[in-house]
Design a binder for this molecule. Sequence first.
Ligand code: MRU
Length: 368
Amino acid sequence: MNIDGKAWRSIWVEKGGRSVGVIDQTKLPHSFETISIRSCNDAVRSIRQMVVRGAPLIGVTGAYGLMLALQKESSDSALKMAFDQLIETRPTAINLRWALKRVLDRVKPLPPSERSIAARQEADLIAEEDVAMCQSIGNHGLELLKVLAERRPKACQRKPLNLLTHCNAGWLATVDWGTALSPIYKANRSGLDVHVWVDETRPRNQGASLTAFELEREGIPHTLIVDNAGGHLMQHGDVDAVIVGSDRVTRRGDVCNKIGTYLKALAAQDNGVPFYVAMPYSTIDWSISDGLDEVPIERRSGLEVTQVYGLISQASREPLISSVQISPTSCESFNPAFDITPAKLVTSFITERGVTPATEEGLKRLYK
Ligand code: MRU
C-alpha cells in the first residue's frame, strides 16, 4: 500500500536474504521507522514485542526467521530449536504454526547444505501467496459490499456504507492489502462511498494506532470510537456491517480474534447487522472444532491494561512515545488478548475462494 507516494509492504527481504526488513509497528502512527531482522533471535523478539503483529504477518515473519536460523546453522537440531523458539512467541494465531510447518516440511528432507535456500524460497512463496489471497479476499468482499449498499432502503442510499472494524486487520497485519480492510480498500478505490467506524481496541489500541493510520493514508473516511460505542451505533442504525479479521478459525467456524470481537458480534446479532469475518485459508485450524475449549488464548502483561502507550510530546524532532499509568499502581489486572465468537454469530466468511457460511459444510465446500 502507499505511504507518501511510495509502495510499501509490511515485510521485505534485504541484502540478498541476509536480513529481512519490517516496519516497527510499535512506533506507529507517531513515527514511521523500519528495522532489519538479521537473525532468528531478532525474529523471535520482533514477534514477541509486537514490532510485527497480525496473524498472517506473524506467520511470514516466522518463516523468514527459520530461513535466518538455517543460514547460521542448518543441522536437524538447529532447525528444531529455531522452530520451537519461533512457535512459542505467540500462541493464538494459527498462521504462525502453519507457516513454520510449511518451511519445516520443505527443508527437513533436504541435506543441510540446501536448507537455507529452500527456506528462502518457501518463505517468499508464503509471502506472495498472502498478498494474492488478501487481494482476492478484497475482490470477493467488494462484491458483498456492493450488494449491501444496493439493498439499503432508498432513504439510506445517499449515505456512505458504514462499516465497523475491530483491531487491525489491514495491510500491516498481513504482507499487503489486509483481510478485513482489503474489501474496504477495494470498495473505496472502486468509487463506493464507504465510512469506517474504527474501534480503538484496548489494551494495545491497534485500531487507533494502526487501522486509523492505514485508512488515513489511503484517504478513506473513518471515525475512531471507543470500544464500547459499537453497540450504541448499531442500535441507532449507524452500522451497515461489521468486518473483522481472525487469528484462528476452527473447522466448525468458531472465530478467535482480538479481545472484544465477541461483544461486537453479540451487538450485531441483536441489531440485525451482518457480521463478516475475512480470512485466508492459513487461518483455519482444521484440527479443532470447539473454539472455546480448544484455542489457546494468549495472556499478556497486565501492564497493557493499567497503562496506556502513546505520544507524550512531539516537541523535538524525535517524537517521545511512552506509557502512562491510568490505574492505581497496585491495581490487579487481567489481560486475555483474544476471545471466541461462536460460529452462530458469524453471518459469513469472506475468503480468497469466495464468501461462505460459517459452518463446517461451508468451509469444506470451499476447501475440499
Ligand atoms: O495481537 P495482534 O495485534 O497480533 O492481533 C491481531 C488481530 O487480532 C487481527 O484482527 C487478526 O490477526 C486478524 S489480522 C489479518
